[in-house]
Each structure stands twice: as C-alpha cells, then as structure tokens.
Design a protein around this ligand. Structure first.
Ligand SMILES: [Zn+2]
Length: 257
C-alpha cells in the first residue's frame, strides 16, 4: 500500500466550500477539490481495484482524512436538519441549521446548530477529539441542549470507504452513536434569533421573543443554510438571498403591509 493510499480521504472540499463524496466528482485533478486540512489539491482516484478515494496531489498531511470526515459529518447534519434524539426512535425535524465555523461566534463554537420554533439544539460531532472540559463547562453554563454524535468507534485511521449515504444514515439514525452532552431540565428551549450568541448576559432564562418578528425574518428562507451575521443575526449563506434580506430589514416598518 502506498503512502498516498494511507493518507487518502473519503471526502474533498470543492471550490464553493462544500464537501464532496468521491461519486459526486470527476476523476483525477478534474475533481476540483482540495484537502480540508492542508489545502493541497486532491486527485480523485476511481480505479477498478482500490476503494475509490481522494489523494493529495503532492505532499500529504496526516490528519486530512479525519478532518474531511468531521467536516462532511457537520455538513450532512446541517443539510439533513433531522436527527433522532438520544432515547427516541424517530427523527426530530428541525426547520433551520447553521454551521458556526462559517460565522462570527463568541466563545466555543458548536459544530452544528439546529432549531425549530419550539427548540434549539447544538450538535457536537466527535471523530478523534472529544469535547474538552472547558467547552463542556460552557455548554452547561449556556444551558442549550447539546447532542454528541460519536463517530470515533466507526472511524478507522487509514481505512477508507465512507460514503455520504452511510454517513447520513449513521448521523441521522444510529442510536449507538448519540448521547446528550447536556440536557437542561426544561427539555425544550424557546427558539429565538439566538439559540445564538447571547454572549455577555449571564441571565438565567432567556426572555421570550416576539414570535411575529422571528418568523418575519425566517419564513422566506425556509430550507436555506444560514450564517450568523454580527449585525443582522441569522442570514442566508447565499449572497443573493442575503442581500435581499438585509434590504428588507432596512426598510422602515411603516412600509410593511
Ligand atoms: Zn491534507
């Protein structure tokens, strides 16, 4: 087995910042992907013998595979917006999702934020690094329900072959990989533009926010991936939709119907 194979990746990062499976891309350098860890160009190897995989074009880094798995897992959780909660049988469907890595975020970043009108849940995906004590402290202090999805037993260094479908099934359904890192006594938390950084206020209970103003912002963007903007709060990741939203938000209230 060559060294390249040893450091192969199941997923690559495309030019638009999306993680891609090997089946979604062209063969060779035409895959137009890079390693999400070191940024080196990737070659999609889709031969007849070995497991199809991405290989670094030049020098390989050693942690590209786990970074790729972690990043793909986060993307899948945010895309799917449904998750079997620990101890339950059927997936809870969420209305929106955000990836704090792509945003300004005070303090520790959760891997994924999922929310619906009735609750906000943070998700931590474990591949090789467990949530440290400092982050756990903050999770408990903020009091937001947090689920860990643990891929560490499924992840084998230097073994390839994860597909998006397998990974999606594990992340959404597999009861063996999920547990509550933190579940406050009140199982559901009122959704608010927050679920979100409410940084400097160590208040105990978040004040209920006006439902009307919340849906005014979210409704047109059902199903889009959101990012956190320090000024406007949650906005669509798509630049066009974002521009439209900020334009609407800048309109004086009196212009509304
Ligand atoms: Zn790399």
């Amino acid at each position: 087995m060559s060294d390249r194979m040893l450091h192969g990746l199941d997923f690559g990062l495309d030019r638009n910042g999306r993680m891609r499976g090997i089946n979604e891309v062209e063969q060779g350098l035409a895959c137009n992907c890079e390693c999400p860890e070191c940024g080196s160009p990737l070659v999609a190897r889709k031969g007849a013998v070995r497991v199809h995989h991405f290989a670094h074009r030049g020098a390989t880094c050693t942690t590209g595979a786990e970074t790729a798995l972690h990043r793909m897992a986060k993307q899948i959780v945010a895309d799917e917006r449904r998750l079997v909660q620990p101890g339950e049988d059927t997936p809870t469907v969420f209305r929106d999702a955000a990836l704090p890595d792509e945003m300004y975020w005070p303090g520790w970043r959760p891997d994924v934020v999922l929310w619906s009108e009735s609750m906000t849940v943070h998700v931590e995906v474990t591949v090789t690094h467990r949530c440290g004590p400092e982050k756990l402290d903050e999770i408990v202090r903020k009091g937001i329900p947090t689920i860990e999805l643990d891929l560490s037993t499924a992840y084998r260094p230097k073994r390839l072959g994860w597909t998006i479908e397998q990974l999606t099934d594990r992340l959404v359904h597999d009861p063996g990989i999920r547990r509550w890192l933190h579940l406050p006594e009140r199982a559901t938390v009122p959704a608010q533009p927050a679920g979100f950084p409410e940084p400097q206020t160590p208040t105990k209970t978040p004040a209920p926010t006006g439902r009307a103003s919340t849906s005014r912002i979210y409704a047109p963007f059902d199903g889009t991936l959101l990012v956190f903007d320090p000024w406007y709060g949650l906005v669509p990741r798509d630049p066009g939709a974002r521009a439209q939203l900020t334009k609407e938000l800048q309109k004086p209230r009196s212009e509304e119907n």
